[in-house]
Design a protein around this ligand. Sequence first.
Ligand SMILES: C[S@@+](CC[C@H](N)C(=O)[O-])C[C@H]1O[C@@H](n2cnc3c(N)ncnc32)[C@H](O)[C@@H]1O
Length: 212
Amino acid sequence: MPGLSSNQPSSTVVAFAEFLASQGFLPPKRVVDIGCGVGRNSMYLAGLGFEVHAMDYIRQAVSSLAEKAGAGGLREMVNVIEAPIDSTWPFAGGFFDAAVDCFSSIDIETLSGRQVCRGEMFRTLKPGGYAMVAVVSSSDEFEREMSVRSPGAEKNSVIWPNGKFQKNYVKGELEGFYSCFKILRLFEVKKPAYKLGRHYTATNLVCYLRKE
Ligand SMILES: C[S@@+](CC[C@H](N)C(=O)[O-])C[C@H]1O[C@@H](n2cnc3c(N)ncnc32)[C@H](O)[C@@H]1O
């Protein structure tokens, strides 16, 4: 999703950390940042005291995060891993207390790839572990236009002008996709956004999950 701010954490991750705290789920705990990008959320979570494992397949992104963590005195709190999120993850089962997928798995171009990512999130979470998944809603005004102008082959998917695939969701589809977890909350979030030179109100969907 082009246009993400590179420094401020996503408000969805801030809210999820507050939710975790409300469940008595406090640092130090081990969290995986799935598709961390340049690490706005990893830095935030490490700053709260979480042990963060940040995965992305873009070398430049993980290097930039490693540098930032070093400069911010958080290098020991952030383990950066240059790896795909749609293949087996290099972690043992039950390794993580929590997982954050903040607009990342929506970039995976195949359903089978997204299923692998979901399966790895499930496998590597401890029983009782929490996950947060943020995606773009199919009812988002901008994405609705994109889906007419430049639809992807898959239902509710679009191809951005730069050729990048994005999977969007309706609520029921997201609920079905993550039904191997207990779905604690599934809600819509509207917020100001900027995409392709246009300011508008974005509509996202956020899911809080628990591995039972
Ligand atoms: C829209 S960005 C979100 C980045 C970050 N989660 C955030 O909220 O700032 C999506 C990220 O997922 C990563 N990504 C997409 N597909 C991936 C894959 N198959 N393996 C690893 N990383 C992937 C991209 O490189 C990108 O950094």
